[in-house]
Design a protein. Structure first.
Length: 367
């Protein structure tokens, strides 16, 4: 309840204010720490009086962790009914308008945007990356969807430039996960933590380069190696798989241990005590930098290289590694140079400030 002045200055009328319910749509509840971090950032940035309804695959886990109402994101008709009950639609973080996952995935978000637009409900694209859009039909579709959004904030300059080329100009900031609270680094002399994933860009030759380099660095610095899976289904068991394929040097096997991490806060606690984090996962890299940890990146996607360049940490592209693998000595030198050398605090502060555009979007359009 809120109090508002009436025409009689001596009287206050108590008028009930109905909260706005907003559908937050993203890749939530899919057991990916990066998407959990995005949802946490989004919920923290919502204006007062907004009641979120979150599309989620593992609804129980999302409800337990964030104390929000959910609907099953893979059941289209149920999501559409949820949208009908809401006052606005927010596509929250990540790269949802892309066809790398599948064209069907792009159609899912396109149909939601169009449905909200036809109902006269605001559509916000919050902290979005745009693409990849490999099909001509995908580019045609997205170019026509963007003008239907009442407000947009991009997470990188490349996405903003692509949209601007189609006539949609909107503010650009850093990834919304940068808005999460940083923690103090205490990892001098600490373990080497890797956030690695399987990738079609890596066959045996590429994996051998990475693993030989990791083993050489861990041996020379006498550090344990902690394997931190960022995606519960995709990343867990990677160490055992590589060992089973005979790709992991025996000395590295003896130093290695896989962690079980359930939330971004647990990941950041490990990063804060790491002497080096070598990340393939974009949000693994960002959370490591937010933890003040020394970082190196392995890029399977341009978004990872963009983040690495903003932090000022070394980055190696995975594409072409099997046919043009860098010498172990060169990669070892690159990683050794940043061991126990955290990124500049001022750099991280500047990147975090750039994430404010996403909060500003929500407060301008939903408050």
């Amino acid at each position: 309840m809120r109090c508002f002045a009436t025409a009689d200055p001596g009287v206050l009328a108590v008028v009930p204010v109905v909260a706005k319910q907003v559908l937050l749509c993203g890749y939530y509840g899919e057991h990916n720490l990066g998407d959990d971090a995005l949802l946490e950032a989004l919920l923290l940035q919502l204006p007062a009086g907004i009641v979120p309804l979150v599309t989620a695959h593992d609804q129980a886990e999302v409800h337990q962790r964030f104390a929000v109402r959910t609907c099953p994101r893979r059941q289209w008709k149920t999501v559409l009914r949820a949208l009908n009950r809401c006052d606005a639609l927010v596509l929250g973080g990540g790269s949802l308008l892309q066809d790398a996952t599948s064209f069907r995935s792009l159609l899912y978000y396109a149909a939601l945007i169009l449905s909200a637009h036809l109902q006269g409900k605001p559509v916000l694209l919050w902290g979005q990356g745009l693409g990849p859009l490999r099909r001509r039909s995908s580019r045609w579709l997205v170019a026509r969807l963007l003008p239907l959004a009442r407000g947009i904030s991009w997470r990188d300059a490349q996405s903003a430039a692509l949209a601007a080329g189609w006539g949609t100009v909107a503010p650009v900031g850093s990834d919304p996960v940068w808005s999460l609270a940083p923690v103090a680094w205490q990892g001098a002399g600490g373990a080497i933590v890797v956030c690695w994933r399987s990738s079609p860009l890596l066959e045996d030759a590429g994996w051998r380069v990475l693993l030989d380099t990791l083993g050489a660095l861990a041996g020379a610095a006498d550090r344990p190696v902690l394997w931190l899976p960022f995606h519960r289904q995709q990343d867990r068991g990677l160490l055992a798989k590589l060992i089973g394929q005979g790709l992991v040097p025996p000395a590295l096997v003896s130093r290695s241990q896989e962690l079980v991490v359930e939330c971004p806060e647990e990941a950041m606690a490990h990063f804060a005590h790491a002497g080096l984090v070598v990340a393939m996962r974009l949000h693994g890299l960002i959370l490591a930098a937010l933890s003040g940890a020394p970082c190196a990146a392995l890029s399977y996607d341009p978004k990872v290289r963009v983040a690495a360049e903003s932090i000022g940490c070394p980055c190696t592209d995975l594409e072409g590694m099997d046919s043009h693998s860098p010498p172990v000595a060169g990669l070892l030198q690159s990683w050794s140079a940043v061991l126990d050398s955290p990124p500049q605090a001022e750099t991280i502060k500047t990147i975090r400030q750039a994430a404010r555009v996403h909060r500003d979007l929500l407060h301008k359009q939903l408050a």
